[in-house]
Design a protein around this ligand. Sequence first.
Ligand code: NAD
Ligand code: TYD
Length: 336
Amino acid sequence: MKLIVTGGAGFIGSAFVRLLLAGKDSLEVIVLDKLTYAGNPDNLAPVAADPRYRFVQGDIADSVAVNELVEETQPDAIVHFAAESHVDRSILSPEPVVRTNLMGTFTLLEAARKYGVKQFLHVSTDEVYGSIPEPHDADESYPLVTSSPYSASKAGSDLLALSYYTTYKMAVCVTRASNNYGPYQFPEKLIPLMIANALEGKSLPVYGDGQQVRDWLYVDDHCRAIRAVLERGRPGEVYNIGGSRSLPNLEVVEKIIAATGRDHSLIKYVTDRPGHDRRYALTSDKITRETGWAPQVEFEAGLAATIEWYRQNTKWIERVRSGAYREYYDQNYANR
Ligand code: NAD
Ligand code: TYD
């Protein structure tokens, strides 16, 4: 099997590539990644010498580059992770989000159609369902009601991808996962940001009242689910992927404070995010029923492993928190 993995230098994409290449299967994995601020070749260092792996730097919205690569490599499948993936950045600067998430997905779908790629797996998010009132959980038929440029762009790209099944009979699957956490996550999202700040004794910025609820999924569980959908998913279908662990943000932050031996005084309540979704909740019954997948990593164990990874990888944190990260941090958090 020959795969193009877009966004393979990011947090989840790189975990997926490391997972695939940890096995002995005869595979070819071609990573296509622009190396934005979130893409990091260090994330792929563990597989860099594997002869089954190749890295191509390129933009998924660049149709010439995408067409050339797909024509040259003739992959069996495209697994599409590449995205501008952060809600706060999408609020500060929506243009790259629309370009990559919508135009980039369209460009890949067109190349897949033109060169007859058999399978297309579009990696999406539970955020497309918007805020879910208690006591409901979203299944795959729940309406798409988006709040941020990020979630709106993901909903749009989901529908576009599914239209290629309906219209062109391309074997498209869409996966919608809940909030991921684990090693190698860029420290702009809640868990890695709080861990990195707590380890350094810096303040922990909690938006609003901190009672917003997220469902937490360990990144390797997500990657195993994507592999299951690639192997056993039905074309034209959407699969939710949840971690079965809903927690208010404040409780997550408290757990990080306890595990790093810090004090509650580090918590700083800051102005809420505009359009902040109150609660994400989904059911993953369908993927479990159809593929046998279920999450394996309990939140407390996954969080402990994640904190340990950040403790051990201070050089990685230092490198990704370059000048550009400082700029973003000030833009998002100063005067908040
Ligand atoms: P990330 O921000 O860590 O990585 C994104 C990767 O895409 C980076 O390597 C970046 O360089 C690359 N990229 C960005 N724009 C590109 C472009 N125009 N062309 C080529 N490459 C480009 O993101 P992540 O957290 O690993 O998320 C991966 C996917 O999973 C995204 O599609 C996201 O919407 C989805 N998702 C994420 C989560 C989560 O909690 N992080 C949850 C559910 C779904
Ligand atoms: P985030 O990791 O950005 O994921 P998403 O918005 O895609 O769910 O945020 C998770 C939750 O944590 C969300 O409710 C916003 C909140 N949050 C904070 O309270 N403080 C922060 O500094 C960040 C980054 C997020």
